[in-house]
Structures are given as C-alpha cells and as structure tokens.
Write a protein that binds this ligand. Sequence first.
Ligand code: ADP
Ligand code: MG
Length: 436
Amino acid sequence: MEGPTPLLELQNVTQAYGTGAKRFVAVSGVSLTIHEGEFVALLGPSGCGKSTLLRIITGLQKPSEGRVLYRGQPLAGVNPHATIVFQTFALFPWLTVQHNVELGLKARGVPKPERRERAIALLDKVGLDGFETAFPRELSGGMRQKVGFARAMAVEPELLCLDEPFSALDVLSAETLRGELLDLWTGGELPTKAILLVTHNIEEAVYMADRIVIMDKDPGRVVRDMKVDLPYPRSQKSASFLSVVDTVYAVLAGRTEAEYVEMGTAPGQPGRTRNLPEIDIAGLAIVLELVSQSPTRSANLYDLARELKLDSDELLKLAEAAELLGFATIDEGDIRVTDLGVEFAEADVTERKQLFAARIRRLPIFEWLLDMLEKEEDHEMQWDDVQDLLEREFPSEEAERNVETVVEWGRYGELLAYDDSREVIYLETPEREEQV
Ligand code: ADP
Ligand code: MG
C-alpha cells in the first residue's frame, strides 16, 4: 500500500567528518520519514548526531552518503521549506523585536506592509504583544526564545526544526514555552505542516511529540522509532505517560556490555577510545548509596531520576559512569549496584578516593596518560599537548571535554594534579614527594 508522499525522507544517510586517520563517522545509515501533520522528536544523548541530521535535513550540509528527499524530490541546496530554531536564538541586538521577526520575510521579498502585519500577528501569537518595539536586551531568555520562534515561523516553513530550543532556559520558562508551543500546534495555529524537535530530554520528547525517533551514539544511529499514542494535553504524572517514559529509558539505557567493549582502547590504539561521561562524582556516590540501600540493590532509572529530581540526561550519564567504573550494571532501564559499588557507597572519603583511583587506573585512557606522564622528565605535560593527542581520537570539542574529565577524575583519585597558572597536568605520586 502506497501512502501519500512524505514531507521528508532520509535514505541511509551517513555523515563522516575529517579525512584519513582523523575521519570520524558522526552519523551512520540513518533512514527517517516525516509526514505532514507529525510532531516528531529526535531524541538521543549529546554527540549522537542530532544537530548534524538537522543540518542535513535543512540542506545546510550535504551528507557523505545517502539521499535526502523533500516531497519526493532530491534536495538540492538549502531547503527553502524548512527552518531551524536553535538553542540560543541569535537575535540582532540593534534591531527591535519586530524587525528581528521581519528579517526573514525581507530576505524573501515580502513587501513592507505585509511584513509588518505578519510579524505583529506572530508576536501576538507567541504572547509578545506589546513588546514589538523592545530590544532583545530588554527581554528575558524565555521571551527572546519566543522571538526566535516567531522569526522562524514568519516565513511559514512547512517543516519547523527545533534544535534543543528549551535547553538554555530556566526550568519554569522552558515548561511554559513547551506548553505554549504545543497549544499553538495542536490548535492548528502554526503555519507549519510538521515539527521536528531535537532533544536529549526524555520527558520533553514524551510530553510533546507523537513520534519519537531514538538515537544512540558511537556511531550516531537510529535505534528505535516509536509512536506516542497519548492524547493532548498530556499529564506528566499520568500512568500512561510514565509508562512511555519508562520504555524510552529502557531503550536508551541498554545493557552493560563486555568489559573490553565498555572500556574502549587507549588513544592511538586500534578501536574506539571510550568517551568519558561528564559527571559530578559526588552525585555518583549519592546515586550508588541510594540504590544500594534498596533490598534488591537495583532501581528503575526513571523512578530514580524523579526521586532525585535529576534531568534524564544527567542520570543516564551517572549510570554510564557507574557502569564504566564497575560500580553498577545496566539492563533495560534498570541499574543494579555491584559489590564494588556497594563498597564505594559505604566507604569514607579516603577509601572512596582510593577505590576510585584503582578503578580509573584500569581505563585505557588513564593508563595511557599516566604512562606518558611517568616517562616525561618532570612527570608533567601541557594540557594542550594532551588535548592535541586526543584530537586524533575525538573531534576537538570532545577531546577538550575528555581532558577535563580525565583531570577531574584523576584529581579526585589523587593520581593527577593540575597547575592552572602553567596549564600543566602532572603526576601526583608518592615517589615524587620522596624525591623532594
Ligand atoms: P548532537 O547534536 O547530537 O549533540 P552533533 O551532530 O552536534 O551531535 O555531533 C555529532 C558528532 O559529530 C559529535 O561527535 C561532534 O563532535 C561531531 N561533529 C559535529 N560537527 C562536526 C564538524 N563540523 N566537524 C567535525 N566533527 C563534527
Ligand atoms: Mg546538537
């Protein structure tokens, strides 16, 4: 049975960045179809290639492999029927709110009176009536983001793409803006045929979308495409809502892999170097402590996120770290604390540091760094040099983040120290002290 032509179709899209040894596959073999009338959420951890896909969909970037069809036709160049709203929408500070909204219309040759009219109507729609002549600096973050929405919608895009549009806002503004956008969409008041929302927030995806495409990273790929059959407006506390959230958690927090896969390889070695999750170590201890107190030593990650009032993304990173360190295993959205994890949770600060140090020493990336430092004359290296070496494994932003995490974990475990004024990482060994 042939349905209507989809609005958008990605066929087996792959995106690699860089060449040679630096070649890095950001997105691999993604196929995705969006029909008119759909509100699709693209959900996945940071770095799984969501923004990359949005750029490909809007034609800002051509994929290394695969096809992009818009209304059945291969996309050539920038897609005039799609627009993106970014996390922090760039408004021109010297233009009024209204002129900012009119910008895109001007570029498309819409005559001045009509521009005015459409901008004013949209600003009214997003609740900014009366702010037409204000300047961006006079607005709160939430209001500025509304101007961003208005500007994106002014050109009446068929496909409205939103790249983590709420994640730079405070909790309350984000909540309000989500509700308002949904009201406009479900009320048929938006001049768009479909919405594609990129997010790493599970609850946000379940709250807003009628379909969730779940991605995972290394390499970025689609792991599940699921319908959300909940009527609007959705209650975040209803049992049916919670059950969908739970299902998504189970998909995202897969199961613990074999140890050698989990830990990755050292930089410079064949195979993937494990990206270290960016976490708060105190938070890790709290989670382990809490879960190890339950009779089964396990907990459902979603319940835990609610109990601890943690963002789903943050909790998943904590779970990932716990797993990497051997403090917990993950299965189908449940976390189970290991004996080692219990030991860590029950230890005092000194013992915790020792245990932590022993665990991170086993990670190939630490072995590699400690070994290099050992061989250096003063047992020290410049931060930038370490980062340069890691840039052979990771894109530069990620390389930097990994150095930050290595240093933070190493300092906690008292294996490493960092001298801020000279920007050097050095070894914190007892031998070193004895030498003095
Ligand atoms: P997400 O939006 O899901 O966080 P991105 O699409 O921004 O993911 O990035 C996916 C991966 O590709 C990341 O590892 C990122 O560092 C890398 N990446 C993104 N853009 C580029 C680029 N222009 N050059 C090199 N690497 C990139
Ligand atoms: Mg992104």
